[in-house]
Write a protein that binds this ligand. Structure first.
Ligand SMILES: [Fe+2]
Length: 288
């Protein structure tokens, strides 16, 4: 839907596709991952891709934008990344945005070299990122910023940590990204906009003593930037959209909305996604 008269933003949210073995390669790794997850409801890569295509085809005409919050693949293999990107291609690229998850960037084998993994991800999904392929090689690529509808600005973040093994679940935004987020908010360029932050890791997840350390290491700093930005009216509203913990949840903290998207891959025969609407003044409602 691209109704210029409408002042409400309609979003379709998906996350944690974990497309294991998608693209027909790495069948042993896919089988091993399914065994480790021990989740009989986990879809195969091909089932997930089919469902992704049908959900996008069905809901794209009714929404302004589609967001995918990472862990699009399970092992981060180039064949998996390419298979998911291919399932999204052919649709209006201006309608879809993605960010990476820890599985998209992780090392599956202990000694594999994944130094260029961010580059592999960015090239596979280049048309769903912004501002274009000329910056794809840059470490400074994230955060990306794009206006997805008049008055609604999307900020895409990378919370993955390069070189971590597949069982390591934690994330971090890092100093450079936090500084850029701070600069973006301090600029007051978006004081009349509703800001939507898309990130893989859950900034609300609580840390524990034992692994898995599911958390975003710098979540407190990230949230404090958003809280003070809203208090200082640097944005009309702020909404943070994420996945990773596979939970369906919504919380509002100090005026900032937090929406966690359920895991797409883990309920057999039932598409797992969320739809939300944000109105011009930042009011949010959805199918939680
Ligand atoms: Fe994740």
């Amino acid at each position: 839907m691209n109704d210029a008269q409408s002042d409400t933003l309609k979003l379709l949210l998906m996350s944690d596709l974990h497309c294991t073995g998608a693209g027909g390669k790495r069948p042993l790794e896919a089988a091993a991952r399914r065994l480790i997850f021990q989740n009989p409801n986990m879809r195969s890569g091909e089932e997930t891709l089919d469902l992704l295509g049908s959900v996008v085809d069905k809901y794209a005409p009714a929404v302004d934008h589609i967001l995918l919050a990472g862990d699009l693949t399970d092992t981060g293999a180039a064949s998996e990344l390419e298979a998911v990107a291919a399932a999204l291609r052919g649709r209006d690229a201006n309608l879809i945005s993605v960010v990476p998850g820890n599985h998209d960037i992780a090392r599956f084998y202990p000694f594999s070299n994944k130094e260029n993994q961010r580059s592999v991800f960015k090239h596979a999904f280049s048309e769903f990122l912004t501002p274009g392929p000329n910056r794809l090689e840059s470490d400074e690529y994230f955060p990306f910023v794009k206006t997805i509808k008049k008055g609604f600005v999307l900020v895409g973040l990378d919370s993955t940590i390069l070189g971590r093994p597949i069982w390591a679940l934690e994330g971090s935004l890092g100093e450079k990204q936090l500084r850029k987020i701070s600069e973006l908010l301090d600029s007051r360029a978006y004081s009349d906009s509703n800001l939507i932050f898309l990130i893989h890791h859950d900034p609300l997840a609580r840390t524990g003593i034992l692994p898995p350390h599911n958390v975003l290491a710098d979540a407190a700093r990230f949230k404090n930037l958003l809280f003070s930005a809203l208090e200082n009216k640097a944005a009309r509203s702020i909404c943070v959209i994420f996945g990773h913990t596979h939970e369906k949840k919504f919380e509002c903290l100090r005026g900032v909305s937090f929406v966690c998207i359920p895991g797409f891959a883990f309920v057999k025969n039932k598409p797992c996604f969320t739809q939300i609407q944000i109105n011009a003044s930042g009011g949010l409602r959805g199918t939680f």
